[in-house]
Design a protein around this ligand. Structure first.
Ligand SMILES: [Zn+2]
Ligand SMILES: [Zn+2]
Length: 186
């Protein structure tokens, strides 16, 4: 069963990328996945995504679903480019939200030094057993070294829709600033 892009026939499916419902008659991307609880005809099932969520979270699936499909998505070229970036930079799909650190206890996955309380941090997800699970945090300034690109603001904005313009400006500044060596513990 190939991955597909199609119009949602109902409004009941929830997006595996953002958790929100996918509106009826809008485009959705369906990833073919093994169904562990059945065999024969039902041996595969589908995980549904908004196109933008699939481009960010499941870039290979997105590109395969779009390949040869007679579909013109909103923001089509930007989504293709975002998915291609996610294939080129294999850790990029792990980058999720931006938030202020609730405590100073969590360490950055890249440099291992603590992220100060109230400082901006990026949340990470790991793909495990067919789904994304929370997997810690990054300094925004460590994202380039971790993921191979610091071009993550669009995806962070998408997965953190409650950020204000002022917040986004602070996150953008933090992304542009490598974490100084003297802030990294040995
Ligand atoms: Zn979504
Ligand atoms: Zn770091």
């Amino acid at each position: 069963m190939p991955h597909v892009v199609e119009r949602a026939s109902t409004g009941r499916a929830k997006c595996r990328g953002c958790g929100a419902a996918i509106a009826r008659d809008t485009w959705r991307v369906g990833e073919a996945v093994p169904n562990m609880f059945a065999d024969g005809e039902n041996a595969e099932t589908r995980h549904w995504y908004h196109p933008v969520c699939a481009a960010y979270r499941r870039p290979e699936v997105f590109l395969q679903a779009l390949d040869g499909a007679e579909v013109r998505l909103d923001d089509h070229d930007r989504l293709i480019a975002a998915a291609q970036a996610g294939v080129t930079h294999a850790r990029l799909p792990r980058i999720d939200k931006a938030e202020r650190a609730a405590s100073g206890r969590a360490a950055c996955r890249h440099c291992k030094s603590p992220i100060p309380k109230d400082a901006w941090r990026l949340t990470l997800l790991y793909w495990e057993d067919g789904r994304y699970v929370p997997a810690g945090y990054l300094h925004p300034g460590c994202v380039d070294a971790y993921a191979g690109t610091r071009d993550v603001l669009d995806r962070v904005r998408h997965f953190t829709p409650d950020l204000s313009d002022a917040d986004l400006g602070e996150v953008a500044a933090a992304l542009a600033t490598a974490v100084p060596r003297d802030e990294r513990s040995s």
